[in-house]
Design a protein around this ligand. Structure first.
Ligand SMILES: C[S@@+](CC[C@H](N)C(=O)[O-])C[C@H]1O[C@@H](n2cnc3c(N)ncnc32)[C@H](O)[C@@H]1O
Length: 595
């Protein structure tokens, strides 16, 4: 008898009280449907057991700070009968991503399911009378077996054949707040590893939503320590399952279900898999050796030399960030959101999609043609009658010193870059907005003593953000309850704005870099501190400016003019931007000649 089974059959009663509770067989035995559609566990490979700290559950467990809607808000499915509850019309199950058109050229995929009779739960050929929500509600449809694979730990297979379109089971776990998810990632030895167990419930996340539960960072499902058998399903680049968002109750869209459906016929005993990053496909030829990634052993490589499990998104992002394609796609998502009232589909890898939306939101907001920015321009003298350029030089030197050690540039070159950065309309306007929002009574005094502390505490979350090549969410919408949180939010917003702008330099192949990754954060943060002190000393005067205005363009032109210098390459005299500055505002030259 297997070790695992022995434990269950021989040791109960002998082990300390409560041992049954920790026994996977006992947990499984108490699941509904177990007598008719059993879950089994086998290990023909070695003597390993399922992780001891894992517990089988049959429903989502709500973590601290996660609340379902009150009963008075509950509506259930709004369709009056099964016939109305159609895939494309019913909001209970959100629609599939139209990305599929691009991906497989077969047009939009859509599934509908039989509700009654022998075909219950199976795919209909046409979109008629489907009741997908009820299919999910009814629970697992196939006897799942957790088995030990030869090279990828545990996996899952079905002991009966599965039809294309059939609902298999839900992905269960603990529903936790975004902050808690970040904490768990940070505590995990390799955050990318933790990512494979976390699913952001971001299907209906929309930065413009009026529902506070939908406009901030989404809740996440952590299946690592408590879940159903689907937690053991491995990744494949050619999967046979796909995961969908499903809403049982519209009052609880923020805690929607994650339902796994077969996307093709699956034979008895065939391993069940889904694509952890859900079909985001691109050339991966440059994706080599990203720290913390597990090499994919599914055997279905998509013509790439190497695939990574669960964190391909990071590599994808690294490659794509700043390209016109990604920006256009992100814009489309927003347009779709505005048009259809919700984000649709798992188009992007889970957490990244949310971070992208937030970052894009900021960028668009910042550039939007109707926006006003508070711009801080240099005075000639400070309050104490010190010549501002002297103060400025001082601060630029301090900022330069924080990064010089980790870059190749000379002090002179780097000082030039730093001062150009400090002077850029984006940094000035971002700081202008920061300072304006800090102007509420009492907030400023508080801010003085807290700013540095807050910036220190933000370092990790900023460095982990997906704005950068390997980063994750943008948590600036974090709780606003205390003043400290508000300050965090404002500081993060400032940092994100200048960082997203800096990163766009990548698009021109001339990144504007400031030393290493960690020194870069220090540098960005120090710009905020120093601008803050300069403002206090009276170096600036504020003026409101419309970002679509001629003035704004002139500002850019003047700034860009100041960045350039004459260089001689191959005996030719050319204008070049100063060290590290690779980006000019799109069309600034054209704008310059137009005005
Ligand atoms: C959600 S778990 C799946 C269950 C896992 N096999 C186990 O034994 O617990 C995800 C982890 O399984 C492994 N894994 C899943 N799919 C894989 C694949 N295609 N190639 C290599 N490892 C994989 C990776 O270690 C990954 O971190």
């Amino acid at each position: 008898m297997e070790q695992a089974t022995k434990k269950h059959f021989y040791h109960h009663g002998q082990t300390p009280a409560g041992a049954e509770e920790n026994c996977h067989w006992c947990q499984i035995r108490s699941l509904p449907n177990q007598s008719t559609i059993p879950i089994t566990i086998v290990n023909d490979v070695d003597s390993e057991l399922l992780p001891e700290d894992f517990r089988f559950i049959n429903a989502m467990v709500l973590g601290q700070g996660v609340e379902p809607a009150e009963d008075s808000f509950r509506s259930g499915c709004s369709c009056t009968d099964d016939g109305d509850c159609q895939y494309t019309g019913c909001l209970c199950l959100a629609d599939l991503e139209d990305d599929d058109d691009e991906m497989n050229g077969h047009g939009r995929k859509a599934y509908a399911y039989h509700t009654h009779g022998t075909k219950a739960g199976l795919l209909r050929s046409r979109l008629q009378n489907s009741t997908v929500p009820l299919v999910v509600e009814r629970g697992r449809t196939v006897p799942l077996q957790i088995f030990k694979t030869s090279n990828r730990g545990w996996g899952v297979r079905s002991q009966t054949p599965i039809k294309q379109g059939q609902f298999v089971d839900r992905y269960l776990g603990e529903i936790i707040t975004a902050e808690e998810a970040d904490r768990r990632r940070a505590n995990s030895a390799v955050s990318q590893r933790k990512d494979v167990y976390l699913f952001a419930l971001d299907k209906f996340t929309d930065p413009d939503s009026l529902d506070p539960r939908l406009n901030g960072p989404p809740l996440e499902v952590d299946g690592e320590f408590m879940s159903g058998p689907t937690r053991f399903i491995n990744h494949s680049c050619n999967p046979n399952l796909r995961i969908f968002a499903r809403v049982g109750d519209h009052a609880d869209k923020h805690i929607h279900d994650l339902a796994l459906f077969a996307i093709r016929d699956i034979g008895r005993g065939e391993e069940l898999t889904f694509d952890y990053v859900d079909g985001v496909v691109d050339e991966q030829d440059e994706v080599e050796g990203v720290e913390g990634m597990t090499e994919c052993l599914c055997g279905n490589k998509r013509n790439y030399t190497k695939e990574y499990v669960g964190s391909r998104k990071a590599a994808m992002y690294m490659k794509e960030l700043g390209t016109a394609k990604r920006r256009a796609q992100a814009m489309n998502t927003r347009e779709n959101t505005a048009k259809y009232g919700k984000m649709s589909g798992f188009r992007w890898p889970r957490q990244k999609r949310h971070a992208d939306a937030q970052a894009e939101h900021l960028k668009i907001w910042f550039r939007s043609s109707v926006r006003w920015a508070v711009l801080l321009e240099d005075n000639e003298f400070t309050k104490n009658e010190i010549f501002v350029p002297i103060v400025y030089k001082e601060y630029v030197s301090v900022a330069t010193d924080t990064i010089l050690a980790s870059c190749n540039a000379t002090a002179g070159e780097m000082r030039r870059s730093v001062s150009t950065f400090f002077n850029s309309p984006v940094v000035r306007a971002a700081f202008g907005d920061f300072i304006t929002q800090c102007a509420s009574p009492g907030f400023k005094d508080f801010l003085e003593s807290k700013l540095i502390h807050v910036l220190e505490s933000l370092a990790d979350s900023f460095n982990n953000m997906r704005l950068d090549t390997t980063s994750r969410r943008v948590p600036w919408q974090a709780a606003k309850r205390t003043r400290d949180d508000k300050l965090k939010q404002l500081a993060l917003e400032y940092l994100v704005r200048i960082e997203t702008w800096r990163l766009e330099g990548l698009a021109n192949g001339k990144p504007w870099t400031f030393g290493t990754r960690s020194s870069r954060y220090q540098f960005l943060a120090s710009t905020l501190v120093q601008l803050w002190y300069m403002e206090k000393e009276g170096c600036f005067c504020a003026r409101e400016i419309r970002t679509s205005s001629r003035d704004w363009n002139i500002l850019w032109d003047n700034w860009a003019e100041g960045c350039t210098r004459d260089v001689v390459t191959d005996d030719k005299l050319e204008k070049d931007v100063c060290v590290g500055v690779g980006w000019r505002p799109v069309g600034w030259l054209e704008k310059s000649s137009a005005h």
